[in-house]
Structures are given as C-alpha cells and as structure tokens.
Design a protein around this ligand. Structure first.
Ligand SMILES: [Zn+2]
Length: 430
C-alpha cells in the first residue's frame, strides 16, 4: 500500500506521517476548507449516524450476545454485514453516497438513519396525495387529537388508551355522519409522541382528511365526539371536561395540512439538537394547567432524548428505552382503505421495502468495496459518516484516504479490540 501519497488530493490531513487524530478528521469534514470539497457536509446525516450509535449502545445487551441471541436490530443496523463486504455506492447525479451490504433495522421510531430514509419517502407520498386530491378539486384538513396525561403515566398504558379512544371516535355516529356530509373520501392517520419534563409522555394523532372544500365548520362538530370518546374510555375524567373540550381537539384547513406534510419526518435539524444539547428539559415546560396540552406538544422528540443520553443523562436513556419498547412494531402512518387507489397512488411499500429499494437503486454505482477488516476499522473509529462524505467529495480516493488515516491512528495507538461479539467489531454476524 503506497502510504506516501496523500490519499485525498490537496488535503494534507491525510498525508503520511501526520497521523491525524480522528478528532481532526471529524472537525475538518464538518468545516470544509481548502482541498477540493465538492459537497458541503450534511450535518443532519452526521447527526443521524452519531445518534444511531447512541440508540444502538442504549439497546445493546451483552448478555444476549453471550447467549448467542440476536440483538435488537437497531444495534446492528448499518453496522453488521449481510454479505462478506461493504460497498460504498454513489449516485453521481445527486452526489450522494450510501452503503450497500449492511443490515438495516427499518425502525422508523428509534433509528435515526432508517427513519431519515423512510420518512423522506413517506413525505413524498403524502405530498403526492395532497396534490392529487387538489387536482380533483378537493381540500385536505388537519385534525389533531390529544389526550390528557401526567408525568407518572407509563407510555404503553397511554398508547393503549389512545388507541381505544381513537377507535371509539371513528366508530361514532358523529364521525360517520360528518365524513358523509363533508364528502370525505379517506384519511391518513399519523401517530407521534413527544416527552416533556412537566407532563411526561404525550402520544397524539394527526389525521389528514380528504374532503370537499369549505368543510371546516362540519369538522368542528367532531370536537364533542372526541371529548365523549375520551370520557368513555377513561382517558379523561368528568372533572377534566373543560380542559379537554378546549385543548384536546383541533382542526385546520388546507394550508395547515400542507405545512404539516412539508415538515413530516423532519426533526428540528439534528445539528440544532446536537448544538442545543441539554435544552430538552424544563425550560419550555413551565406552563401548568389550562394550557398543558398545547404546551406539552413542544416537548422533546425521542431523538432529542438520545442527545441527552449521549451526554450521560440516565433519565433520558431510560425514557428512550421505554419509548423503544412501547413503539416497537407500531405503524407510523395509517391510510384508510381505498384512499390510495382513489388518489391514483400505488400500493403502500413496507418500511423495509423502502430501504431495500434505495440500497439497490440502479442510479448508485459501487465505487469502493470494504473488506471486513476495513469495515471493523471504520466502526471502531465511528467513521461511517466520514466514509460517505469523502466518497462524495473524492470518490474511491476519498474512501481510501479515510482508511489510510484510520490505519495511521491505530499504528500509533493500537486499539482495544474488545471482546468478540461487541458491536464495534462489525463482524460479529460473519
Ligand atoms: Zn436502522
């Protein structure tokens, strides 16, 4: 291997002899200077890889390795190889690099990497649905449904009550007659959840309703039906009647629906999260009583909990685990039957199909292939993001440059390779 040549042209950090610390690599790729940067760093992607590692470590159970059992898939996602080698693949037209030959967990709730890809696709579908309905002369309304909750509530229990309430609401006479009256052809329901330090877990629903124009007053009639469902399932008590009537139901017209869809799946920038660090806490949660529903909506998303967990916050770590188990296997979006056909859309793809499709998309060309040893090196140094970034900037030479720099680091400071089966080995599955 010709180490004398700087593997990344014009970038002295990768020259032989300098043995740059990984921190230097990370710092430099985040702030392109000189060299030949063809692409600005994608700070969101960098954050996704970083937070995926946090999720992976939080859910990793060494005892399960020793018992030869598989880990939660988020632990091995974009880490373990499905075949012998890992491919670095580039779509030259978009200058976008991805990995091939790796496991993916398709956990839209808990995996920042998979959720990024899946929700992007889902967002395009939602936008296509809204556009198709507008072309047919219809309007889309955004219904937001919440339930009262307190800090002590456990999430699984809340989700059960939320599901029962939603079911009762949709089976009500009022729902059927309003849908009829408004000329509704279908709905898409999104499940979301935040956590606030004052009121705890806050699962809630957003429902897009595809109906005739100018039906806002009709949908407003559903407020009483939601309140009644909350009381009947025990989600709220009679003493909370005023509060839930005022705050648990909201319906808005077309622009709001479009705005919701445009932001769907977009976490407030991952970089902003990482920068903000510990701001996930109490500051925004200080409002009591009447406004609790609307204010607790501004709580932390589960990925914000990962940021705090990364900083050593044990409470955030425990909350993320609770969220993980409560949401595992749940649907993020539920389209009513026949709506897709009515709007001229294909059948819905499963989450893992979306990931599979991207990984094998023909526009991506394999520009580098990493053997197991090299992939383990990348994992040990948490350099997955750097490999993609340099693939986009310099192609195969960029990937090679990252590997050379990492080998230099290990030559100076041999790593503790840990026990067999540990996540960072990357070959535990081989
Ligand atoms: Zn994943």
């Amino acid at each position: 291997m010709a180490l004398k040549v700087a593997a990344v042209p014009g970038d002295r950090r990768f020259s032989k002899g300098e043995s740059p610390a990984l921190g230097m690599i990370a710092k430099s790729v985040d702030r392109p200077a000189g060299g030949n940067p063809q692409k600005a760093p994608d700070s969101d992607r960098s954050g996704r890889y970083r937070l995926q590692r946090v999720a992976s470590n939080l859910m990793f159970e060494p005892a399960r390795v020793e018992a030869c059992k598989k880990q939660e898939r988020v632990c091995t996602c974009h880490r373990w190889r499905t075949v012998g080698t890992v491919q670095v693949r580039v779509d030259h037209a978009r200058n976008k690099a991805i990995f091939g030959g790796l496991e993916s967990c398709s956990n839209v709730w808990a995996c920042p990497i998979c959720s990024g890809t899946i929700t992007e696709e889902r967002r395009h579908e939602l936008q296509a649905a809204i556009e198709a309905w507008a072309k047919q002369g219809g309007s889309v309304y955004l219904l937001t449904l919440t339930l009262p909750h307190v800090r002590a509530d456990n999430l699984s229990g809340l989700l059960k009550v939320a599901a029962a309430t939603s079911q009762r609401f949709k089976q009500s006479k009022a729902w059927r007659s309003v849908m009829d009256q408004a000329g509704a052809v279908g709905t898409i329901r999104a499940l979301e959840c935040t956590w606030g330090s004052w009121h705890g877990w806050h699962p809630h629903f957003h429902i897009l309703i595809f109906a005739k124009p100018d039906q806002l007053p009709a949908f407003e009639q559903l407020r009483a039906a939601w309140v009644s469902a909350l009381l009947k399932t025990g989600a709220a008590g009679a003493d909370q009647l005023n509060d839930i009537t005022a705050h648990s139901f909201d319906v808005r017209g077309g622009d709001f629906a479009a705005e919701y869809v445009a932001k769907f799946g977009h976490e407030p920038s991952f970089k902003a999260k990482l920068d903000a660090g510990a701001t996930w806490g109490a500051a925004r949660e200080m409002v009591k009583g009447q406004s609790k529903v609307s204010h607790s909506m501004r709580g932390s998303t589960p990925f914000t909990l990962l940021v705090a967990a990364e900083k050593g916050d044990d409470q955030a770590a425990a909350l993320f685990r609770e969220f993980y188990w409560a949401f595992k296997g749940r649907r993020q979006l539920t389209w009513s039957p026949k709506l897709r056909a009515r709007l001229g859309l294909d059948a819905e793809a499963a989450d893992d199909e979306i990931l599979e499709r991207q990984a094998n998309a023909p526009e991506f060309e394999t520009i580098a292939t990493l053997q197991g040893e090299d992939w383990a090196l990348v994992l040990r140094h948490q350099a997955r993001y750097q490999v993609l970034l340099w693939a986009e900037r310099e192609g195969a030479a960029g990937v090679n440059g990252v590997l050379i720099a990492l080998r230099d680091i290990e030559r100076e400071r041999p790593p503790d390779r840990g026990r067999p089966g540990q996540l960072e080995n990357g070959d535990a599955h081989a």
